[in-house]
Design a protein around this ligand. Structure first.
Ligand code: CP
Ligand code: NVA
Length: 309
C-alpha cells in the first residue's frame, strides 16, 4: 500500500496491474462505488499551465463526491515563497490530499515530507504517472490485454516517456524508445526500466536510430520541448524532424494506433493528418485522464480494496 503517488518506480507489478483493473472497473460502473470522496477536499497546486490535468481532476473529484480547491502557483516556483515542506504541512491542516504540478521532482518529495495527507504527482520534470495510467487504460480499450503488446515511444526522452516506460514494464508491455542523440531518457530511469524489464520478462530497446523501430502495436510521441524549456524551436527542429510520427512510420512499423499525451503540435512531432485519423487514440487518452485519476484518488483516500475488484 502506497501513501503517495509521486511515481510508479517503487510499485510492484501486481499492484500496478490491480490499479489498472480497478480504474477500468470504476470507469465502467462508477455506480458500484457510490460517492467515495464525499466530504473530502483536495488541493491542486500548479506551478505550470494545464488544460487536461486541471479540468479532469476537478470534474473527476466532483463526480466522486469531493471538491477541489485550485491554487495557482504559476507566478513563481513554490519554494521561492515558502519551503514546500511547510506548504505540505499547512495544506494538510485543511485538505485530504494534495495534487501538485511542479518544476522539480524534489518539490514533490518535500511536499510529501511535510504533508500528513497523500500527495499526487500531476507532472514534474521526471514523471507524469497520472498520464501513464490513463494511457494504459486507453491501450487496453484499443488492443485488449496489455501484457505482450509493444509500445514504441519516439521523440524527446522526457517525463512522459519515463512514466510510460516504468508503468509499461510493470504491466508486461514491451517497450521501444527512440530519441535523437543528446535527448535520451534519464540514464537512471533507463537502468531501472532495464532491471524491471528483465524481472517481468519484458523486452526493452533504446536507440537513436529509427531503423530499429521494427513491428510495434502502438507508436507514442510527445512535444519536443516540454514546459519550462525555453530552447527556440529553430535550434532543435532539424534534429527532431526525422523523428516525426507520420503516416509513413505507421505503415513501416505496422502500428495499429498512435498516441500522444497532448498538448500536441500539428506537423511537428506528429502530423495533423495522423492526429485526426481513425488510428488516433488522443481524445480517448484525454478522456481517460479522469478515470485514471479517480482510481488513484480512491486507492489513496478511501478504504476500497482495489485487489478485490
Ligand atoms: N497531458 C496533459 O497533462 O495535459 P495538460 O498539460 O493540459 O494538463
Ligand atoms: N512533456 C510535456 C508533457 C505535457 C503534458 C511537458 O512536460 O511539458
Amino acid at each position: 500500500m502506497h501513501s503517495n503517488l509521486l511515481s510508479f518506480k517503487d510499485w510492484a507489478s501486481e499492484d500496478a496491474t490491480s490499479l489498472l483493473k480497478f480504474a477500468i472497473a470504476l470507469k465502467s460502473a462508477p455506480e458500484n462505488f457510490g460517492k467515495p470522496l464525499e466530504g473530502k477536499s483536495i488541493v491542486a497546486l500548479f506551478e505550470k499551465p494545464s488544460l487536461r490535468t486541471r479540468v479532469s481532476f476537478d470534474i473527476g473529484i466532483n463526480k466522486l463526491g469531493g471538491h477541489m480547491v485550485y491554487v495557482d502557483s504559476q507566478g513563481e516556483p513554490m519554494e521561492k515563497r515558502e519551503d514546500p515542506i511547510d506548504v505540505g504541512a499547512n495544506i494538510s491542516q485543511w485538505a485530504d490530499a494534495i495534487v501538485a504540478r511542479v518544476f522539480k521532482h524534489s518539490t514533490l518529495e518535500k511536499l510529501a515530507q511535510g504533508a500528513s495527507v497523500p500527495v499526487i504527482n500531476a507532472l514534474c520534470d521526471m514523471y507524469h504517472p497520472c498520464q501513464a495510467l490513463a494511457d494504459y487504460i486507453t491501450m487496453h480499450e484499443a488492443l485488449g490485454e496489455i501484457k505482450g503488446k509493444t509500445l514504441a515511444y519516439i521523440g524527446d526522452g522526457n517525463n512522459v516517456a519515463h512514466s510510460l516506460l516504468i508503468l509499461g514494464v510493470l504491466l508486461g508491455c514491451h517497450q521501444v524508445v527512440i530519441t535523437p542523440k543528446g535527448y535520451e531518457i534519464d540514464p537512471n530511469i533507463a537502468q531501472l526500466v532495464s532491471t524491471l524489464a528483465s524481472e517481468n520478462g519484458v523486452n526493452f530497446t533504446i536507440s537513436n536510430h529509427m531503423e530499429e523501430l521494427g513491428q510495434v502495436d502502438v507508436i507514442y510521441t510527445d512535444t519536443w520541448l516540454s514546459m519550462g524549456d525555453n530552447t527556440p524551436l529553430s535550434d532543435i527542429k532539424n534534429k527532431f524532424m526525422p523523428y516525426q510520427v507520420n503516416r509513413a512510420l505507421m505503415q513501416t512499423s505496422q502500428a495499429k494506433f498512435v498516441m500522444h499525451c497532448q498538448p500536441a503540435h500539428r506537423d511537428l512531432e506528429i502530423t495533423g493528418e495522423l492526429m485526426d485519423s481513425p488510428e488516433s487514440l488522443l481524445m480517448q487518452q484525454a478522456g481517460n485522464r479522469m478515470h485514471s485519476q479517480n482510481a488513484i484518488l480512491c486507492y489513496l483516500l478511501t478504504n476500497i480494496d482495489i485487489t478485490q475488484i
